[in-house]
Write a protein that binds this ligand. Structure first.
Ligand SMILES: *Cc1c(COP(=O)(O)O)cnc(C)c1O
Length: 409
């Protein structure tokens, strides 16, 4: 008899975005003429920049000639041209010490944040912020690391660290021992950022407790204040305790192209049950090269072009467009009397729903009265109740129109 992996049965039903999609479809069917504006799912709306598509076209032509054709990317860890561009532009330039052979190119940060847990023992205690990007939780549920669902969406063996306006959306250190700590800054969904001092506390905690930090920096390109760290490796000691995830998805509009990377420093260790330190770099290398066979040459050439002088300039213009949307939203919603967070160094606005209105009720209200789609905070975790996420990924005109409509409810 074929047995199912019962861990999958513990997953929370009614995943957030399908439920949003369902409600929008029902509304659209009943109101076929309603001009719906979507500020919901975190997907980019601007096309790839010319520097990227030019590099990809050239790469396609190279693939068409015997002399310049590329087969498998040797080992699947990524071409040196891209890994070196990343080291120089993303890390060296900010004083972070990362070597090119510590970088693993992949098809995106969702896969990497989801896959990384495989190299850690099942007895580890996992800590996540609440609200949280659901991938960190669900992949640990699938692996069998979380215990049972309590029926309210929380798992018995998991540690939840609430992030609310009271702590500026940066969690306190956990009061019980934890081993795997997922942090994401700039944050999805709250749009919050962490300062160097705040991250230093986490790095020190991880060093002291022999824990590991899984740091998702998918939104670092949206940081507008130079004193805010883009990488956890800007923090002293982080090379011993942190893995960092990056993506070209939000930075350069690669959501439909697929390219990201993960940094696994050679200083990083985890322990056997008998207490022996094991370097993680060779283990992740083995995992990556066994289950993954590399990102296409064409895509990696496109990613490399993000770091060319034209590429940098063009990508910056797109990010500025999204961030000017965020400015528009922050200003309009604040003027309308909403309590607004985020949106300064991240493409997400996190607002407090009006008193007595829960986040799904607010979702329905916005959909019905303003024909605007957002994301209910409760969908990201229990502590997200009473909050609502609006994404800045849209056309400036649509964003302005959405703000006007919201002002009329
Ligand atoms: C969008 C996003 C990513 C990037 O995912 P890709 O798979 O690289 O497209 C990673 N982490 C968070 C928190 C995100 O919102």
């Amino acid at each position: 008899m074929i047995l199912v992996n019962e861990n999958f049965l513990k997953l929370k039903a009614g995943y957030l975005f399908p439920e949003i999609g369902r409600r929008v479809r029902v509304f659209a069917a009943e109101n076929p003429d309603a001009p719906i504006i979507k500020l919901g799912i975190g997907d980019v709306t601007e096309p790839l920049v010319p520097a990227v598509t030019k590099a990809m076209h050239t790469a396609v032509d190279e693939m068409a000639k015997k002399e310049t054709f590329h087969g498998y990317d040797d080992g699947g860890v990524g071409y040196e041209f891209l890994r070196e561009a990343i080291v120089q532009n993303d890390f060296k330039s900010r004083g972070a010490n990362v070597a090119s052979d510590e970088i693993f190119i992949s098809d995106g940060a969702k896969c990497d944040t989801g896959n990384m847990q495989e190299i850690f023992g099942l007895d580890n205690v996992v800590a996540v912020t609440d609200p949280v990007y659901p991938v960190y939780v669900d992949t640990n549920v699938m692996a069998g690391r979380t215990g049972e669902n309590d029926g309210k969406g929380r798992y018995g063996k998991m540690v939840y660290m609430p992030c609310t306006a009271e702590n500026n959306f940066v969690p306190e250190l956990p009061s019980q021992p934890v081993d795997m700590i997922y942090l994401c800054y700039p944050n999805n969904p709250t749009g919050a950022v962490a300062t160097k001092e705040q991250l230093k506390k986490w790095v020190d905690y991880a060093v002291e407790n022999k824990a590991i930090i899984l740091y998702d920096a998918a939104y670092e390109a949206f940081i507008r204040d130079d004193s805010i760290p883009h990488s956890i490796y800007e923090i002293e000691g982080a090379r011993k305790v942190a893995i960092e995830f990056r993506s070209f998805s939000k930075t350069a509009g690669f959501t439909g192209v697929r390219c990201g990377f993960t940094v696994v420093p050679k200083d990083l260790v985890a322990y056997t049950k008998s207490g022996q330190a094991q370097p993680l770099h060779p283990i992740w290398n083995r995992r990556h090269c066994t289950k993954f066979n590399g990102v296409s040459y064409i895509t990696q050439k496109g990613a490399e072009a993000v770091y060319s002088p034209e590429g940098k300039k063009q990508v910056k213009e797109v990010i500025n467009l999204y961030m000017s949307n965020a400015d528009t939203m922050r200003a309009a919603l604040t003027e309308q009397g909403y309590q607004v967070f985020g949106g300064e160094h991240a493409p997400y606005i996190w607002l407090k729903t009006p008193k007595g209105v829960d986040s799904w009720t607010f979702f329905d209200l916005l959909l019905n009265k303003a024909n605007v789609v957002g994301t209910p905070g409760a969908g990201f975790g229990a502590a997200g109740e009473g909050y609502f996420r609006l994404s800045a990924f849209n056309n400036p005109d649509k964003v302005k129109e959405a703000m006007q409509r919201i002002s009329k409810i």
